[in-house]
Design a protein around this ligand. Structure first.
Ligand SMILES: Cc1ncc(COP(=O)(O)O)c(C=O)c1O
Length: 382
C-alpha cells in the first residue's frame, strides 16, 4: 500500500466537471482579476467565518503582509508572535517593516503560550499575531484581553485553520483581521496560489483592498504604496466551487483523526483538542523522540510523512538576528526535534489510517531493533 502525505488527485476527480466549467466561464468572459468570482468568494468566505468582509489576495503571505500594514503597523513597531510556524508569518511582519518578537509555545496545543505575552509588551508593541497551527485554534481570550488592556491589534494567522473554532467562533473572526492561505495543500486550497483576509472593521477592509491593488483608490490614483497582491479569477472560481464542500472535508479529517487517536500506540504523543476548540486537522502531528527512525520506517512501508517544522524561525540562518545570543525558546526547540506529521486528507480511508497505525505499532513493538538514522531499517521479516 502507498499512502502519500497528501493526495489532491482523488478530490479533483470528484469536482472536476464543475471546476472545469467554472474556469471555462471565467476564460470565456476574460475578466481575469477582481471580477465576480473574487467578489462572490469574498462574500461567501466572510459569511463562512462570521465576519463583515473578506478581501481576496494572492497568497497567505500577502494576506498577512497586507493585513499587518492595514492595521497601521510598520517600521519601529513590534509584533508578538511565535517561532514555531511556517516562515511566511515572520516574513510578512518584516516585509511590513516591523520587528517580530517571539514567545514560546504551549506544549499541548503547539500554539502561542499566552502566559508569556505580557512580559514582552513594551512601548513599541503594536500587535499580537497568534498562529492557529495545524488547524487547532490558539487560546484567544487571554490574547484579546491583553490586546484590550494595552490597545494592541490582533492579527490571526489562520492559514492552516479554515473552519476551526474557538468557543464556537470561527478562526479569522476574533482579531482585527484574520489571514488565510489557499496554498493548494490547505484544507481549502486553490489550484495555484491564493489567500484571503477577513475582518469586520470597514477601515481595515478598505485599506486591504487598496494595498492589494497598488494602493489605488481609483484607477491610477495611488493614495498609499501597495503591492500587486490580487487574487485572480481562475483561482477564485476554483475556491468558489470548493468552499461548499469544506465542512464535509473537515468532518472527514476529524473522523480520520479519531481513527488515529484510537489506533496509535502510546509511545507517540497524539495531538490534543482542547475542550474549547474545534480542531480541523490540517495536519495530524504526533511526537516521539524517535522521530527520524519512525519517518524512515514509514517510508519503507510506503507511507509519506512530513515535519512541520524541523527548525524554528529564530534558529534559521536568515532570522537569527531576531533571536540571537542566549535567546532561547525551550518548548519550541524541544518539540521541533520530535514532531512528525502523518498523512491526512479527506479522501484517505479508515483502512489506510488503520494500516498506518498498525505499521507504527509494529515499529514500537518491544525488542524491535530500531535502525539509527542513515542505516537501512530491517524489514519485519528479517
Ligand atoms: C502558518 C502559515 N502562515 C502563512 C502561510 C503562507 O501562506 P502562502 O503559502 O499561501 O503564502 C502558510 C502557508 O503555507 C502557513 O502555513
Amino acid at each position: 500500500m502507498r499512502i502519500p502525505l497528501v493526495d489532491l488527485k482523488t478530490q479533483y476527480q470528484d469536482i472536476k466537471e464543475e471546476v472545469l466549467s467554472e474556469i471555462g466561464q471565467a476564460l470565456d468572459g476574460m475578466q481575469l482579476f477582481l471580477g465576480k468570482n473574487v467578489q462572490t468568494l469574498e462574500s461567501n468566505f466572510a459569511e463562512f467565518c462570521g465576519v463583515e468582509s473578506a478581501v481576496g489576495v494572492s497568497s497567505g503571505t500577502d494576506a498577512l503582509h497586507i493585513a499587518i500594514r492595514a492595521c497601521g503597523i510598520g517600521p519601529g513597531d513590534e509584533v508578538i508572535t511565535v517561532s514555531h510556524t511556517f516562515i511566511a508569518t515572520i516574513e510578512a511582519i518584516i516585509l511590513a517593516g516591523a520587528k517580530p518578537v517571539f514567545v514560546d509555545i504551549d506544549p499541548q496545543t503547539y500554539n502561542m503560550d499566552t502566559g508569556q505575552i505580557e512580559r514582552m509588551i513594551n512601548s513599541k508593541t503594536r500587535a499580537i499575531l497568534p498562529v492557529h497551527l495545524y488547524g487547532h485554534p490558539s487560546d484567544m481570550d487571554p490574547i484579546l484581553e491583553l490586546a484590550r488592556t494595552y490597545k494592541l491589534k490582533v492579527i490571526e494567522d489562520a492559514c492552516q485553520a479554515h473552519g476551526a473554532e474557538y468557543k464556537g467562533r470561527r478562526t479569522g473572526s476574533m482579531g482585527d483581521a484574520g489571514c488565510f492561505s489557499f496554498y493548494f495543500t490547505k484544507n481549502l486550497g486553490a489550484y495555484g496560489e491564493g489567500g484571503i483576509i477577513t475582518t469586520s472593521d470597514p477601515d481595515i477592509a478598505e485599506r486591504c483592498r487598496m494595498l492589494r491593488d497598488h494602493g489605488q483608490n481609483s484607477k491610477y490614483h495611488h493614495s498609499m504604496m501597495g503591492i500587486n497582491g490580487r487574487l485572480d479569477e481562475i483561482q477564485a472560481a476554483v475556491l468558489r466551487v470548493k468552499l461548499p464542500h469544506l465542512e464535509d472535508w473537515i468532518e472527514k479529517r476529524r473522523n480520520l483523526a479519531q481513527a488515529y487517536n484510537a489506533g496509535l500506540p502510546a509511545l507517540l504523543e497524539k495531538p490534543q483538542e482542547m475542550p474549547w476548540a474545534k480542531h480541523v486537522y490540517h495536519l495530524y502531528v504526533v511526537r516521539t523522540p524517535e522521530r527520524d527512525q519512525l519517518r524512515a520506517w514509514l517510508e519503507s512501508k510506503g507511507i509519506g510523512a512530513g515535519m512541520h517544522y524541523p527548525i524554528p524561525v529564530h534558529m534559521q540562518e536568515a532570522w537569527r538576528v531576531y533571536g540571537g545570543g542566549d535567546f532561547s525558546l525551550p518548548v519550541t526547540e524541544e518539540i521541533t526535534k520530535e514532531i512528525i506529521s502523518l498523512p491526512i486528507y479527506p479522501e484517505m480511508t479508515n483502512e489506510e489510517a488503520n494500516y498506518i497505525c498498525s505499521c507504527i505499532r509494529e515499529f514500537g513493538e518491544p525488542g524491535w531493533s530500531v535502525a539509527v538514522e542513515g542505516q537501512a531499517i530491517p524489514s519485519a521479516e528479517d
